[in-house]
Design a binder for this molecule. Structure first.
Ligand code: SER
Length: 324
């Protein structure tokens, strides 16, 4: 029987790429989001798409009962920067939404739930290399709700046997619109670099956080979802790829976009969030338990990404325009 996967928040930065990869592996994939169905350039016509507000418990249960997924990839969330503009709504979407998804999966005996956590679960006072288990002291509502999501998922696993698995993503970079994250300065160097030839980053040049190219992030989700449960010693795993300073990203961008001018004008609020996050993640447990390994280095990402962004901007010059 074909494995059926349901993705929540499927219209976001991770979801559309994840759907493509899951389909290429032969799964029957359903997308759901509060946002309307993306156009045919982004999503194949034959992917079933469902309108879903994850804060509505009845709607979650009704959709999941209809689709009957074997695996749920729960991505629906409001990210850190956007989340600080609307913290109450962020609590509702990220926290209530996650409880609703877990509770429905428990009731319907869904085989596996895969959850996307984040470097934003961490807070100030971290060691240089951050392992999975340190005190979690997030400073953003996004981080607070993701810590709770990790813990709830682990509780559902221990208490009810719901097979819950999560990765803590670094800042993800891809040739698509980002969704209101604080790590977006890294992508804007590429998109504004291609569009305008310059970008003023909202962080200091020495800012350093873990980053990852999207194809590695998607592969991590798929590989974790397929690992034998018996090999997993925990529910949530750090995963890492590279940790350049903002200045090093700028230098890499300038190898692919000659003459690009990247400057730095830190925004106090966003800088404080970035300074509270890990500089480098220790992903040893993921490597040991399910063989995690990143493929892309910063420069390999730059080489792959810039032509993709150029092509997208040629097709749609307004695509990466924004007012900040
Ligand atoms: N990219 C995310 C953010 O900046 C981090 O998980 O909010």
């Amino acid at each position: 029987m074909t494995t059926r996967c349901l993705v929540t928040g499927a219209g976001g930065q991770v979801g559309l790429d994840l759907i493509r990869v899951l389909r290429a592996r032969g799964f029957d994939v359903h997308g759901s989001d509060i946002a309307p169905r993306p156009g045919p350039a982004q999503l194949d016509d034959d992917v079933p798409w469902h309108s879903l507000d994850v804060t509505d418990a009845d709607a979650v249960e009704s959709l999941f009962s209809k689709v009957r997924p074997h695996r749920v990839f729960h991505l629906a969330a409001i990210l850190s920067a956007r989340g600080e503009e609307v913290p109450q709504r962020t609590y509702h979407v990220n926290q209530t939404g996650t409880v609703n998804v877990l509770e429905t999966c428990r009731k319907l005996e869904v085989e596996r739930v895969i959850f996307t956590s984040t470097i934003a679960v961490f807070g100030p006072g971290l060691p240089e290399l951050v392992p999975d288990d340190v005190p979690l002291q997030p400073t953003t509502m996004y981080g607070v709700t993701k810590v709770a999501g990790e813990m709830l998922g682990d509780y559902y696993w221990r208490r009810f046997g719901l097979d819950f698995r999560a990765v803590r993503f670094p800042g993800l970079i891809s040739a698509s619109l980002p969704g209101g994250g604080t790590s977006d300065y890294a992508l804007f160097m590429y998109t504004d670099g291609v569009r305008l030839g310059h970008y003023e980053a909202f962080c200091r040049a020495d800012t350093r956080i873990p980053l990852m190219y999207m194809p590695d992030g998607i592969r991590a989700l798929v590989e974790l979802s397929e690992a034998p449960r018996g090999s997993l010693r925990r529910s949530t795993y750090n995963i890492a790829a590279f940790s350049p300073t903002a200045e090093q990203i700028a230098a890499s961008v300038s190898t692919a976009i000659p003459g690009v001018k990247i400057t730095f004008a830190p925004d106090a609020h966003r800088q404080a969030i970035l300074d509270s996050w890990p500089r480098v993640l220790d992903d040893d447990n993921a490597r040991q338990d399910w063989g995690w390994q990143p493929e892309f280095t910063l420069d390999q990402m730059t080489e792959a990404l810039v032509p993709k962004i150029r092509a997208l901007i040629e097709q749609n010059p307004e695509l990466f325009e924004r007012d900040h």
